[in-house]
Design a protein around this ligand. Structure first.
Ligand SMILES: Cc1ncc(COP(=O)(O)O)c(C=O)c1O
Length: 368
């Protein structure tokens, strides 16, 4: 059997007619940039996230950037975040002219460890940027409590967590603002690049709306220097079709994760338990194994394709060498990056494929 790591083609086949109609509507209206499909998607996604405002953008990275600007992050400021994330989280901080200040993760959650935030706060700290990594909500109550105490803004990186709930609340509705990505591999994905900023704050939404469109305050009047971060009409149309299925796809992701867990019981692979108070949406199914690269190679020869998220923590990326971190700076994040293995995972996977991949992993790593 061959088990691909990821497959979007099956999903397209199940949506083909609806997607084609939606794209045809965009062509018929010639509303290729923003337009009605995008504004309707904004309303629908805001309702889904249980927030007042959604601003549709051209990527999750743009959403992080505009959210930081709207939260008042300026050159010279510091933003506390995790090194165990995609580089875009830290890049956006740099786009705003601020400095990313990393704190290590809690190995049980792979998310930033709230106990390490306070010691990292200085007079320059302006915001905290937790990431809901792999679809697992970060510990927002503790983050918010620290933020309140020190008057800091909180920006959620929800790029991997569409539909997740933290203590009953949707991610994306908990901090002052949140960023979502609709990159094609995400739980809710566009047919190209896409992203969104969500918030309950009218001022943040208004500023983000102006900044995504060259700082425009009226026709050909530009109150400030902005960006071209607008969402395309096609992406809004596709996202509207897919948003209707998000809950169903996330439910299937949970089923697949449960099947993996049950077959891998006793295997020499660590799978941290979920927090029963939260609803995790499993963007990825990540296990931690020793000799990860060898395990990957052995799975590959058995027809099981895997991936790694992420092979190197952000503080050890060459781009961040100027910050001066060496190996050992954030040991939990570094160990996670050495051992993390993303198993094949997408809602259209058949149970037999999950079983086959899990059994091959158990065979390769052995049983305790
Ligand atoms: C955690 C995280 N943050 C930010 C991003 C950036 O999103 P995008 O690729 O849409 O710019 C991604 C996705 O790629 C991500 O996974």
């Amino acid at each position: 059997m061959l088990v691909p790591y990821f497959d979007l083609k099956k999903q397209y086949l199940s949506l083909r007619d609806e997607i084609r109609e939606a794209l045809d509507r965009v062509c018929g209206n010639a509303s290729f940039i923003l337009g009605e499909e995008v504004s309707e998607f904004e309303k629908e996604f805001a309702a889904h996230c249980e927030v007042k405002y959604c601003v549709a953008l051209n990527s999750g990275t743009s959403a992080l950037h505009l959210a930081l600007l709207a939260l008042g992050v300026k050159p010279g400021d510091e933003v506390i975040t995790t090194p165990n994330t995609f580089i875009a989280t830290a890049e956006a901080i740099c786009y705003a002219g601020a400095k990313p200040v990393f704190v290590d993760i809690d190995p049980q959650t792979a998310n930033l460890d709230p106990a390490l935030i306070e010691p990292a706060i200085t007079e320059r700290t302006k915001a905290i940027l937790p990431v809901h990594l792999y679809g697992r909500p970060a510990d927002m109550d503790r983050v918010l409590q620290i933020a309140r105490k020190h008057s800091l803004a909180v920006l959620e990186d929800a790029c991997q967590a569409h539909g997740a709930r933290y203590r009953g609340r949707r991610v994306g509705s908990i901090g002052h603002a949140a960023a979502f990505s609709f990159y094609p591999s995400k739980n809710l994905s566009a047919y190209g690049e896409g992203g969104a900023l969500t918030t309950n704050d009218a001022g943040i939404a208004e500023l983000a709306r102006a900044l995504r469109n060259h700082g425009q305050s009226g026709p050909y009047t530009h109150a400030r220097i902005g960006y071209n971060y607008r969402m395309e009409g096609f992406q809004g149309a596709v996202l509207r079709v897919k948003l209707k299925r998000l809950e169903q796809w996330n439910a299937r992701r949970k089923e697949i994760a449960a099947l993996y867990r049950s077959i891998l019981q006793g295997a020499k692979a660590e799978i941290p338990p979920d927090d029963p108070r939260d609803e995790r949406v499993y963007h990825l199914f990540v296990v931690y194994v020793d000799r990860r690269d060898q395990v990957r190679a052995e799975l590959e020869t058995r027809g099981v394709h895997t991936a790694v998220h992420y092979p190197r923590p952000v503080h050890l990326q060459p781009a961040f060498a100027p910050l001066g971190f060496g190996p050992g700076s954030f040991p939990h994040a570094e160990r996670a990056c050495e051992r993390a293995l993303s198993m094949p995972f997408f809602p259209e996977m058949a149970d037999e494929q999950v079983r086959y991949a899990a059994e091959r992993l158990a065979e390769v790593v052995g049983i305790t």
